[in-house]
Structure formats: C-alpha cells, structure tokens
Design a protein around this ligand. Structure first.
Ligand code: M6R
Length: 613
C-alpha cells in the first residue's frame, strides 16, 4: 500500500526522502513523488510513474543548486482512484499546499463538486487531489493558518487517511494528520520525520511517537507538537523500535522473501522460547492474554486475511484437536459486513502480521461492538490491531519486508499451536507429559525440520522447474495438509503468477478433476498418516488422468511409486510437520518466481500492508 516519508531538520532532505521511499518500496507501489523546499524556500514537486528509479532519473536532471533542501515529503502510491500515472502520483496540490496521502477519501465526489463551485479545477483523477484542494480552500478561509485549515478539512473529510502536508509560506515545516490509517513521527537529535512505518526512518532514529486518531502534528526541525481533536497540544509517549537497520536490509540475499524464509528457525525460537518454561510447559504468564478465558470459550472465531487467515486454519486444526473447542475461521473482509451471530460468550482471535490490515481491523471492531473478547496475534508492536484488542500476543518474527508473507505465517502457526496446548492443559484434556512432548516438538524439532528443508535446494529447484512454465497447477491435501495446500497455492499465485487452485484431495472428483490434462502439475501434501491410504487413492485418480504428481511426504515407497516426483520430508516435528512443509512450499514458490523472472519482493498489483478496503 502507499507509503509516506517526510523530514525536516539537519539532514539533506532529498537523501532522506530517497532512502525512505526505497525502504517503503516493499509495501507495494506503482508511482512515486516528492515535494521539497529548495534553498529559496520554494516548493518543488517531482513525480514519476513506475519505479523509484524513474523518479531518481528525473531528479538527476535538476541542477544540484536547486536540490539543496532540509525539508520535504515523499510518497509511494499504490493506485486506488485513477491509473498509476505520473499525473495521479502524489504529492498533490497547488502553489500554496502540497500533500501526500495514504487511504481513501470516501466523499471526494461531493467535495470536488463543492470545490468546483468555488472555482477549483482538477488535474488528476485522485481523491487525494480533492483533499489537497480542500485543505487549500480552508487555508485561505482560515487566514493561512495550517492548523486551522487542517482541522477544518478534517471535519469535512470522510474515509481513512494519513496525510503529510507542506505549505509554501511555512518553509521548513511539515504538518500531518490521520484517521484510520497509521502514521508515526520519528524523533531525531536535530530533526524529525513522518513515516508510514518505522522501516523508512530506521537509519536516522529508533525513537518515535504514534500520531493518534484525528490528531494533527506540526514538525519543524526537532520540534514536534501534536494537537488533539480539540486543538489542544498533547503529551505523547515516546516509543523505541526494537528492530535494527540490518533487519530491514537484504543482508546478502538476492530478495527479502528468501532472506525471510531463512530467518524462520530463528523467528520461531524468538517467538516460542519465551513462552515455554524450562520443563517444557507452555507459559503465557506475564503476557497480556487470558488463556483461562480462551480455554473456557464455547466457541472461538478466528478472523484474518490472506496468509494470516491460513495460519488461522492451522490454529483451528490444533485448537479443535487439543483443546476440543469448535473454531470458525472467518474471512475478515466478509465478516465485517456480515450479520454474524456473535456475542460476549465468544472469543475472537485476530491474526495479522502488520496489525494494520483494514479489513481485519474492521472485523475486530465489529466483534468488539458485539461484545466479544478479542485477542490478537500481531507482529508489529503497537500497531492499531494490537492497540484496539482486549489482549495481544506478539509474534517476534522481526520486520517482514517481502510482500509474500513467509516467516510471519510460520510463527503465527507455531504460536497458535502452543496456545492450543496451553488451552488443552487448562481444560485438562492432554496430560502434562503429553503436552511437554508436543511442546518439545514445537520448540526443538520444528526448527530443526525447517533447517533440513532449507537445505533441500536441488529437490526444490527441480519441482519448481517442472511447473514454472505452466499456466495452471493444483495443490491438494487432506485434513491439515489441505490447509497447508491452501497457503501453498496462494504463495505460488502471488509470486510466480501461475494460476493455482487448492483443493481438498477427495473433493477433486466432484468436479474439478475435469481440468486435469496430460502434464497438469499437482502438488500433493501428505503428512497426515491417518489419511495416507486415502491420499494414495486420490493420487492414483489424478495420475491416471495425466496429472504430473509432485508429492511432499515423509519417506513412503507407495507414494513415491505413484508420483512423478517425491520430495522426502523430515519427520522429527511429527504433528507439526505441516508447518515445516510451509517452508518447503514457500521455497518452491520462490524458486518458480525467480525462474520466471518475476519481481519476487513486490509482485504486481499487490501491497504489503493492505490499509484500504
Ligand atoms: O498484515 P496482515 O497479516 O494482516 O496481512 C494479511 C494479508 O494481506 C497477507 O497475509 C497477504 O495475504 C500476504 N501478502 C500473502 O503472502
């Protein structure tokens, strides 16, 4: 999704803006732009469609003397209103005001009619330009007072926004305001910053404050003042980011996606170890969650989007198995507009890497409004979902930069499995010694199986090579393996652009098997020994119709015999092997994308953090 960066103070603004935009690339974008005060205190605006390189090429044509600047704002745009052209790129505005904006202004049509009546005309198709001209209109009416202008505009704007603004007669100052869209303010020694997320400003500072709902901020050098919705200056709590600069860099890997896959064993250790006692019992004491309350729920509703929702499927499997609590997994974008039967007796668990996904946040708010107790599982500390939940458990995966979620999924799945064991203990379903054995598998054997898988380079290459030039493929499994197949299918589509469908293997013959032709690739996940014989039957049905079977299974002569290719899985992690299988499937998806020359870290049309509906 769009990204915002801004700086004022001691550092050369263009260096900070370029670096910040590069750091925000991972969020997904299709055009970029900056506006900055030059040495004469005039605002210069430069924009380009496509990659940041195009913007840099344009900047290179400007004489150096024109680029001396210590204050500016920048933006990466992920198109919502209007095509990804230079005309629609941010910043937007006129000779008095320029703004960058994340989010969607829902009443932009009505506002544009009003502004047209006041003599304004529009150069772009964007809702952002309407917001910028509304701010300009208020600015003129409010005696050129930026704070009053923004407050007036705030009362008229509907929708979600994080806005950074510069005013031509306020050189060196940046203004910011937000509603339902995150924005942080970085605090430096002699400078300050605005940013969509901490990764954009990590080279300069780890200290930041979060701009609250409907607050407005004024930044000038190191001086930052935040005003509440009544216009009063307010105290803000300074936070310190735990992530370091290197964690947001590729560190020698060709892509963030592969770097993050290799980080999985470490991310698992960081997430699980603090929650497991020395005698291998789950231990959530001292954390802001209520295991007793979760364990006593009649029903648990898990809601999330995309890969995070798929981690919810893994959670469902283990909570139902170990804690015997029925679990519904709901697509957040559906749940938010549903008339779902949900009340204070329900426990709701929200899963999100970013903690900012708009649909997930809306589902959370719906659940809270209906009286449910909401626990969130979040990777980004202090994110909106974390703050709005009744309880939160953090995954400690570190920054996930690649659009494709990999390490976040693995740690979410493992953490939810541990929580299932804690609930089981609470309900006295599994004995302590049974739980200890399983916890040991999660803590020690799962990371070791993942490390084994990370070394299966040749097998991964050969599997990916088979289907990299195909148009369609299927991923199938049964039970928990079906859930693993669903996530594999998303990962393959997302990064390699190969159409892929996930199916419960036994369901193929009820319609979809008609799509199987000679050579159609079918990835079969088979870890669940209870349905092993069934999956062998399913493979035979598919193979006899020409499917090219790539099986993922622990060593198994029969499965190997009925498959065209079998990737032999380790087995130490036992029941948790499907989580390790995700690593293998992520590697296969990655390799196929690389073979096809896809933009692995920023797949087309996608954004990392989906902060609009
Ligand atoms: O930040 P979140 O976990 O809430 O994001 C949810 C989905 O947008 C995300 O998992 C998405 O499906 C991934 N890009 C898939 O790899």
């Amino acid at each position: 999704m769009c990204g915002i960066i801004g700086c004022t103070g001691a550092f050369p603004a263009l260096d900070v803006l370029r670096g910040g935009l590069r750091a925000l690339e991972y969020r997904g974008y299709d055009s970029a732009g900056i506006a900055f005060f030059n040495a004469d205190s005039d605002i210069l605006t430069v924009k380009a469609s496509g990659k940041i390189k195009n913007l840099e090429d344009k900047l290179d044509t400007i004489p150096d003397s024109e680029k001396i600047s210590f204050c500016g704002i920048g933006h990466t745009r992920w198109a919502t209103h209007g095509e990804p052209t230079e005309r629609n790129a941010h910043p937007h505005g006129n000779d008095r005001v320029q703004i960058v904006h994340n989010g969607i202004i829902e009443n932009y049509r009505e506002l544009s009619v009003m502004l047209s009546r006041e003599g304004y005309s529009f150069k772009s198709e964007t809702d952002t330009e309407v917001a910028s001209l509304l701010i300009d209109f208020s600015y003129k009416k409010q005696g050129n007072d930026p704070l009053k202008a923004l407050a007036k505009a705030r009362s008229q704007l509907e929708g979600s926004y994080a806005i950074g603004a510069v005013f031509s007669d306020r050189a060196g100052e940046i203004y910011a305001m937000r509603r339902d869209n995150p924005l942080i303010i970085g605090l430096g020694e002699s400078e300050s910053f605005i940013a969509s997320d901490i990764t954009a400003i990590l080279p300069y500072t780890r200290k930041y404050i979060r701009l609250g709902e409907n607050e407005i901020a004024r930044l000038s050098g190191k001086n930052v003042t935040v005003f509440d919705e009544y216009g009063n200056a307010c105290e803000k709590q300074t936070e310190t980011a735990l992530w370091d600069v290197d964690s947001a860099k590729k560190g020698g890997y060709p892509h963030f996606m592969i770097k993050e896959i290799y980080e999985e064993p470490d991310a698992l250790a960081k997430t699980l170890a603090p929650r497991i006692s020395s005698d291998l019992l789950p231990n959530f004491e001292g954390e802001n969650i209520d295991v007793k309350r979760l364990a006593s729920s009649k029903r648990i509703i898990i809601t999330a989007c995309g890969t995070a929702m798929h981690a919810g499927f893994i959670a469902k499997y283990f909570i139902e198995k170990y804690a015997r609590i029925p679990v519904n997994v709901e697509i957040a974008s559906e749940m938010r507009y549903s008339d779902m039967i949900i009340d204070e007796n329900d426990a709701v668990i929200v899963i999100s890497q970013s903690g900012e996904t708009a649909d997930t946040l809306a589902a959370l708010r719906l659940a809270k409004n209906k009286g449910a107790f909401v626990t969130s599982v979040v990777n980004v500390v202090g994110s909106t979902i974390a703050r709005e939940s009744d309880a939160v458990i953090y995954t400690w995966a570190g920054p996930e930069i690649a659009v494709a979620s990999t390490k976040a999924y693995v740690v979410q799945s493992a953490l939810m499995s541990l929580l299932a064991l804690a609930m089981s203990l609470e309900k006295k379903i599994l004995t302590e010694s049974e739980v200890k054995a399983l916890t040991g598998k999660l803590l020690h054997d799962l990371p070791s199986d993942i490390k084994y898988i990370l070394d299966m380079r040749d097998e991964i290459y050969s599997a990916a090579q088979y289907f990299a030039d195909k148009k369609d493929l299927f991923c199938v499994g049964r039970g928990i393996d079906y859930f693993a197949a669903v996530e594999a299918s998303l990962k393959i589509k997302e990064v390699s652009y190969i159409h892929s469908e996930a199916y419960a293997a036994g369901e193929m013959k009820h319609g979809t098997i008609s799509l199987i032709e000679n050579g159609t690739p079918v990835i079969v996940v088979s870890t669940d020994k209870n349905v092993r014989q069934k999956i062998v039957g399913n493979i035979r049905e598919l193979a006899s119709r020409g499917a090219y079977i790539i099986s993922l299974s622990t060593p198994d002569r029969e499965i190997s015999d009925v498959s065209d290719k079998m990737l032999s899985l380790p087995s130490e992690s036992g029941e948790f092997l499907p989580i390790a299988v995700a690593t293998l499937l992520q590697m296969i998806a990655y390799r196929a994308a690389v073979l096809k020359g896809c933009d692995v870290d920023c797949p087309r049309n996608l954004a990392k953090s989906v902060t609009v509906e």
